[in-house]
Design a protein around this ligand. Structure first.
Ligand SMILES: Nc1ncnc2c1ncn2[C@@H]1O[C@H](COP(=O)(O)OP(=O)(O)O)[C@@H](O)[C@H]1O
Ligand SMILES: [Mg+2]
Length: 234
């Protein structure tokens, strides 16, 4: 079962001046086919949690597991393979290559994995079609809207068929209509592919799209937001 599981996770950041408890005892499970949102204000620990789930950093205590594997026990090489094969990451900034077609942008992650560009394009095209950009595969980012650029980034994140979708403020650069489309798209893909998806955001508009919502404040999960959404879990 490819569940993402965080158990009593604590992560500090220390400098000469202070120690910040960025994540303060978070426990959370995201099951296959679930699209879960963590909602919290800036500085509440959202990005840190996502970096932990992506095995880009390790917790000071507690456990982060995917598919039963404890991520902090992975070697550097295993963690890199986990990120490359198992994780699809979507950010606020799209990080697309300029003057390069949507198709090649979506295929790039695959070519880094040893497959040819031709093969990468063949595998990426159905994902561009899935995100509604099949007809614009040859357009470059400059020729596309912000919403369309985020769609390319989602196709790129999914082109190698990851087993986990992680999204950090994916709608931060989008207007509300495009935001809703992108959120619905990510939710639907998690349902269709039966993969767990974790969205972290301070965007209230994201709330109705999550199968489950948790709120984060000062590194720990709290009860509710104001105004209270329909379905909120602690
Ligand atoms: N690399 C870092 N070094 C020092 N402090 C950090 C670092 N990353 C995050 N923090 C601090 O941890 C807290 C949580 O940050 P972050 O996870 O980025 O929150 P969010 O994504 O919700 O805005 C903040 O107080 C932030 O300043
Ligand atoms: Mg953040």
């Amino acid at each position: 079962m490819s569940t993402l599981e965080l158990r009593d996770v604590i992560k500090h950041f220390s400098s000469d001046i202070e120690t910040v408890r960025a994540v303060d005892g978070v426990s959370l499970a995201v099951h296959p086919g679930e699209f879960v949102a963590l909602y919290g204000p800036s500085g509440s620990g959202k990005t840190t949690l996502l970096l932990l789930a992506a095995a880009l950093i390790t917790p000071d205590s507690g456990a982060v597991r995917f598919d039963g594997r404890e991520l902090s026990e992975l070697s550097e090489r295993e963690a890199a393979l986990y990120r490359r094969h198992d994780v699809g990451l979507v950010f606020q900034s799209f990080h697309l290559m300029p003057h390069t077609s949507a198709l090649d942008n979506a295929a790039i992650k695959l070519t880094g994995d040893g497959c040819t560009l031709r093969e990468g394009r063949r595998r990426a095209l159905p994902w561009l079609e899935r995100v509604g950009l099949g007809a614009r595969a040859q357009h470059t980012p400059e020729q596309l809207s912000m919403g369309e650029q985020q769609r390319i980034a989602i196709a790129r994140a999914l082109a190698n068929e990851p087993r986990l979708l992680l999204a950090d403020e994916p709608t931060g650069n989008l207007d509300s209509k495009r935001s809703r489309e992108i959120l619905a798209l990510m939710r639907d893909i998690c349902h269709e592919r039966a993969i767990p998806g974790l969205l972290v955001t301070h965007d209230r508009d994201a709330v109705p799209f999550a199968d489950r919502l948790h709120t984060l404040r000062d590194g720990h999960m709290t009860g509710g937001i104001d105004p209270e959404p329909a379905a909120i879990c602690t």
